[in-house]
Design a binder for this molecule. Sequence first.
Ligand SMILES: Cc1ncc(COP(=O)(O)O)c(C=O)c1O
Length: 429
Amino acid sequence: MSDLLTEYMRKQFPSLKREIAGYPIAYLDGPGGYQVPESVINTVSDYFINMNANEGSQFETAENTSMMIRNARGVFADFFNSTWDEIVFGANMTTLNFALAQALMREMTAGDRVLITEIDHEGNRGPWLQLRERGIIVEEVALDVSTCTLDMKDLREKISRKPGVVAVNYASNGVGTVSDVQEIIRMSHDVGAYTVVDAVHYAAHGPIDVRILDTDFLLCSAYKFFGPHIGVLYGKKDVLNRLHPFNLRTQHQYPPFVMETGTLHHEGIAGAAAAVEFIADIGLRFGQDSVGQTDRLKDDRRDRILAGLLVIEKYERILTEYLIETLTSRVPKVSLYGPPEGFPRTSTVSFTYDGYTADQVARYLGSLGIFVWGGHFYAIRLVERLGLLDRGGLIRIGIAPYNTRDELDRLVAALRDEEALRRFVKNIH
Ligand SMILES: Cc1ncc(COP(=O)(O)O)c(C=O)c1O
């Protein structure tokens, strides 16, 4: 099955045919953004050709645009297991989270507390840290540096101080750790806090169920899972109903529109829905084993999405284990940073390379057509706490369902060739 899936996937992405300096490009920077399949590209292009208009006008394309957006909310409702009116579209996760923080600020007074974490991307830290200007106390759950996981004892202690908001990462884009957000949400609700989950990194790698999580808010970005560059916010309907976000009198003052300022990114929304449909289609083609009932898959998009994500999860797990094993056994200069074996994780594998900075290694790999990112990836606090910020950060490999074992072998061979790395670094300085 895995070979058939690889073969199918490789055909869907036009960018995979590109070469650089005679090398086929291995896109191993999934956590920075996925490559985009033809179906999504065609949907975006079709929007411009057949539907391009602003909403609210009295002609066909405007009405079709509104219908397309309504349909896209339904697609994301299936993605999260919510209802359509709990789906808010925006420019990106960070911008939506700033709007959310501003709205929740109106519910708080000086001396109230917000809890964030050290494992999070700045997109789920900065919007909350700015509330310090208004006298809000913002505390941070410590990273357990030895395991690259959240320090749950510290978390319990800080939740007991009754924060009004707990903002936490589902999975770390820096080191791939998946946190027990369901348990964190339960503890947060016990003290009456609103919960905000950053699922930007996680969303590409596993199923999300906001009903089971019971979170108040959850954010993701479509460009991390085959889509265009837009952000999506899930907000529990009764909570959204209670909020007073900054907005215009010309907007509907009820969910989901209450949070959506200005003209939406129509073509991006069309493409984002097509990206979720792409995952659902993987479920239909390759996911029968995971759900067991083909008929049900045909009838129910949520089931297809779940099946697709389970197929993706399995494919990535095999490659991730292979990569970790190969790096550990074959590249002695590499030191891995990530959760311990057996701890939930994504296919994101980060490391340092003794004697070279992450920037040098990433540039060297890039010159061989192996695209990876070196640095802090905006998970700057995590990298700082690992003691790596002054040393240039981490080299990050992200495995997507279109990546192959051959690409990982190319990566490992390049890392083993220290002489070539040394020559490359000498030439660029
Ligand atoms: C875990 C995580 N959170 C938040 C963000 C920010 O998302 P956006 O670029 O949509 O603002 C990213 C982007 O890399 C991320 O990986």
